[in-house]
Ligand binder design. Sequence first.
Ligand code: SF4
Length: 162
Amino acid sequence: MHRIYENSDIVVFWNSEKCFHSRRCVTASPLTFDPMRKPWIDVTKDKNSNMWQAIESCPSGALSCTYRHDIDVKMDEANLRSVAYAEDKEIGECDYSSDGSGISIYHTGVDSAYEGKGIAKRLVYTILEYAERNRLEVSATCSYAKKLIEDNKSNRLHGGQA
Ligand code: SF4
């Protein structure tokens, strides 16, 4: 399961397949990470610095984060894509095809002026979360998206502790 959470400054990614419940994040920022709450991550309740430290303490790579850079990422279901905007200008997109029961991500691209800001990851995560919430199988021919998806599989194969 992939989830993406944002406040006005930062974006937090969580990949449940990598999480082996060490609870270090819960100890470091209990306001943000509360396993008894749904959703269990809330990025509006603690200082960004505390959240950032908690995320860095995650031993599994399940959590990661980036700054928002005032860039919005949204689903554009009608056009089978997610889109990144800097103000009103489109500066990136992730495209997929769909056969009704599954989707295949075939392209992720970000304007070169905006590279290195975690936008590609936000674009792909937005689609992965959308697909998972709609119970759609996901595959990818886009090498970047494929790497994110296969990284999960290899983690699953090597397992983790409950
Ligand atoms: S620190 Fe990482 S592995 Fe541990 S519970 Fe939090 S997200 Fe999961």
